[in-house]
Design a protein around this ligand. Sequence first.
Ligand code: ATP
Length: 323
Amino acid sequence: MSEELLKLNKLYVDYKVKEGYLSAVKKVSFSINKGEIFAIVGESGCGKSTIAHSILRLLPEHNEIIKGNIFFNGEDLHEYTDKQLESIRGREIGMIFQNPLDSLNPVYTTGFQVAEGIMLDNVSKQEAWNRVINLYNDVKMPDAEKRAKSFPHELSGGMRQRVMIAMMLSRTPQLLIADEPTTALDVTIEAQILNIIKTLRDEYNTAVMLITHNFGLVAEVADKVAVMYAGEVVEQGTVFDIFDNPKHPYTKLLMKSLPRKAKSEGRLQTINGSVPRLTENKPGCRFENRCPYVMDICKIKDTERRIVTESHFFNCHLEKGGE
Ligand SMILES: Nc1ncnc2c1ncn2[C@@H]1O[C@H](COP(=O)(O)OP(=O)(O)OP(=O)(O)O)[C@@H](O)[C@H]1O
């Protein structure tokens, strides 16, 4: 049986804002197994990064209220002190972001920055440096020795992302959270980075939470997918469930709007209407104002979970989803 690594149980995140509270994440539950690539996909602002940041307690201003549980290896991370959480951040749960420059220090060479982490484990300077070069080779860094001696601004976007992945690999995390890791890169480099992420999973059995708004990436690398809309997971399943048998009206519309050849490059297209204001946290389905199948009940009552198969569910008042 597959082993559960991360489990979110009815996670709610509300940000305190001028108008009151903004419900950025509502009742989100899912689990990621060891070695699994789990994609969270959805339009900008649907709460993807908020989920990632709440796992690692990286929410910026501490102006939020979090409810629900986040279990990692069976332990509730909410019960961890900041110090305990710090000890798993980077070590057991690594994170890479869209813009690696934000995470790299401009005044040190990239190799030094990777080596620094390795030396925390009482490894000698020379040994750490050798490991850096090996890691750079693992992430297919061209001219590894030279790049290790380069400063971040001397590297391309793709190379910087490789540095970040090497840095993560050096700690052999059990979970890698990749928040839009290839959005800033061109298509060829994107493909290379994805291959590295897949290899990582194969060689190190690292689970990956891949956050993206790009369905093409999802089709290429993910095992499972959670589709988010306005802070909620509207549907979840294997890649095959979501691509071949979507049920929720939102997922269906997304699938229809993907350009024909687009599984490899399909970005989410816009759907008529707009996302509801998340500060007006009223009951009902958050997709009702854009849904072609809307019924009266959708406007007043939260949706129900509809189980399709063991791996596949969607949240909707329609028993069978959109036809
Ligand atoms: N610090 C904050 N304070 C108040 N509201 C916030 C804060 N951070 C995010 N939000 C709001 O929470 C909602 C979810 O944002 P989040 O960044 O998690 O979405 P996302 O899906 O990751 O978007 P993107 O793809 O653009 O990064 C949005 O409405 C956003 O405006």
